[in-house]
Design a protein around this ligand. Structure first.
Ligand SMILES: [Zn+2]
Length: 406
C-alpha cells in the first residue's frame, strides 16, 4: 500500500481517536441499562437479584450523567450483592477511566473479559481504549470480536474500516526501541534519523521531566514520516512538522535539521507528558502554553516564533473561543496568549502547583474546580490579574518577568 493511500485512514483515525472515548461511554451506557432492566425482570423472584439490578441501573444512569464517582460506588454495591459480573465490571471500568484512573479501568475491563470473553460491550470498550493508546493491532482484535457478537453495531463497523488499513500500514514500518519511546519509521534511509529522534527524545524525557516534575513509565509511540508524508497522513497543513494526538508524529526532515529538531521534539514530548498527567483534560491553551514554555527553556526557541508550525484547534485563554480554521495571525496570537498565561502561572504559583493542577484535571469535572483546589484561588482572579498586567502601559510585567527567558 502506498503512503498516499493511507491519507484517508489517517484522517479518520485522528478524528475517531478524539471521539472514541465518548462513543464508548454513550453506547455502552445504553447496553448497561438494557442489561439492568433484563436482570430486574429475570431476578424478580429473588430479592438479591432485584436489588443488584436496581443498583446497576442507578450506576449506569449516574455514569450517563457524568457522576463517575457515585457510579463507581453503585457498581460496587451491585457487585457485592451478585458477586463479580462482567457487565458490572465494564461499567466500573468506565467509571474509573472517567476519574482519571486509566490503569484501574483497564484492570477491571480485563477482568470483565476474563469472566466473559463473549461480552460485546467489553470488547467494544477494549477496542476504543487500545485505539486511544495507539495500539491499532489490539484494537482490531477487539473490534472483530465485538462485531461478531453484535453485527449491528455501526460504530464498531466504522472503526473496523479505519483500523484494518492502519494495521496493514504499520506492518510496513520498522521499529526502534528506546527506554521511553518506540520510534516507527520506514526504510533504511530513515533508520539513522530514527536513532537521532530516539536519542534527542530521551534527553527531552529527562529535561521536560525536570520542568514538569513528571517521569512517566511506559513507552511513548513516535511515528517518523518520510518526505511530505506527515501532512498527507495526518490531514495537516504542509507547514506542520510535528503533532501529538496520543502519539508523536514528526517529519523525518525536521529531525535531520539539527537547528530545529530539539525545539520540535521538546514541544511534542511536552504534549505527551501533559496528556499523561491530565488524562487529556487540560484545556488547549494550557497544553500549548506549557509546550512553548518547555520549548523556550530547553531549546532556546524565541517566544512563539515557531507557533504557527502547528495546526488549528487552539483555544484562546481569555475567551476560550475555538480558533480552529481562523486566520493564521489569530492562531499565532492564541499561541502567544497561551504562552504568556503559562509564564504568569509559573511565576505566580511555581512548577509544583502546575504539576498538581494537571493531576487534578485528570479527575475533576470542571477546570475551575481543579484550578482552585491546586492554586488556592479561583481562576477568574488569576485571569483578571494577568489581563490587568497586560493593560498596564509601561514598566516591567511583574508577574511573568521572573520566568521570561531572553
Ligand atoms: Zn503544540
Amino acid at each position: 500500500m502506498t503512503v498516499g493511500g493511507s491519507i484517508e485512514w489517517r484522517r479518520r483515525w485522528r478524528v475517531a481517536s478524539l471521539v472514541a472515548c465518548g462513543l464508548a461511554v454513550e453506547a455502552v451506557v445504553a447496553m448497561g441499562l438494557a442489561w439492568a432492566d433484563q436482570a430486574a425482570v429475570q431476578g424478580s423472584g429473588a430479592s438479591g437479584e432485584q436489588t443488584a439490578a436496581l443498583w446497576a441501573k442507578a450506576a449506569w444512569r449516574l455514569l450517563e450523567r457524568g457522576d463517575a464517582r457515585a457510579a463507581g460506588q453503585a457498581f460496587a454495591a451491585a457487585g457485592q450483592v451478585t458477586g463479580e459480573r462482567a457487565e458490572l465490571l465494564v461499567g466500573a471500568a468506565l467509571a474509573s477511566d472517567r476519574l482519571g484512573d486509566e490503569e484501574g479501568g483497564l484492570r477491571r475491563l480485563n477482568r470483565a473479559l476474563e469472566l466473559d470473553n463473549e461480552s460485546a460491550a467489553a470488547h467494544r470498550v477494549a477496542g476504543f481504549w487500545a485505539e486511544r493508546r495507539g495500539d491499532v493491532r489490539e484494537a482490531l482484535g477487539h473490534y472483530q470480536a465485538a462485531i461478531r457478537l453484535d453485527p449491528n453495531d455501526a460504530d464498531v463497523r466504522d472503526r473496523l474500516a479505519s483500523v484494518r488499513p492502519a494495521v496493514r500500514f504499520e506492518e510496513t514500518l520498522d521499529r526502534l526501541y528506546a527506554p521511553h519511546f518506540v520510534v516507527q519509521f520506514r526504510g533504511d534511509r530513515d533508520r539513522a534519523t530514527a536513532r537521532v529522534a530516539a536519542d534527542r527524545l530521551e534527553v527531552a524525557y529527562t529535561r521536560v521531566g525536570e520542568l514538569l516534575l513528571a517521569f512517566p513509565d511506559g513507552a511513548v509511540p513516535v511515528l517518523l514520516y518520510p518526505g511530505d508524508d506527515l501532512a498527507g497522513a495526518t490531514d495537516s497543513p504542509r507547514w506542520v512538522r510535528g503533532l501529538f494526538d496520543g502519539r508523536i508524529h514528526v517529519a523525518a526532515d525536521a529531525v535531520r535539521d539539527a537547528g530545529a529538531r530539539d525545539a520540535l521534539l521538546v514541544h511534542e514530548y511536552t504534549h505527551a507528558v501533559v496528556h499523561r498527567l491530565s488524562h487529556g483534560r487540560a484545556p488547549t491553551w494550557l497544553q500549548e502554553g506549557l509546550a512553548l514554555y518547555c520549548e523556550r527553556r530547553l531549546a532556546g526557541t524565541g517566544r512563539s516564533d515557531r507557533s504557527d508550525r502547528h495546526r488549528g484547534g487552539m483555544v484562546s485563554p481569555a475567551s476560550t473561543a475555538s480558533l480552529a480554521d481562523r486566520p493564521s495571525e489569530e492562531v499565532s496570537r492564541a499561541y502567544r496568549e497561551s504562552e504568556s498565561m503559562v509564564d504568569a502561572l509559573a511565576a505566580r504559583y511555581g512548577r509544583e502547583r502546575i504539576h498538581r493542577l494537571l493531576r487534578a484535571l485528570s479527575s475533576a469535572d470542571r477546570f475551575d474546580t481543579a484550578f482552585e483546589a491546586s492554586m488556592g484561588e479561583p481562576f477568574h482572579v488569576f485571569e483578571a490579574r494577568v489581563l490587568a498586567e497586560r493593560r498596564r502601559p509601561a514598566g516591567p510585567r511583574v508577574e511573568s518577568a521572573a520566568s521570561r527567558g531572553k
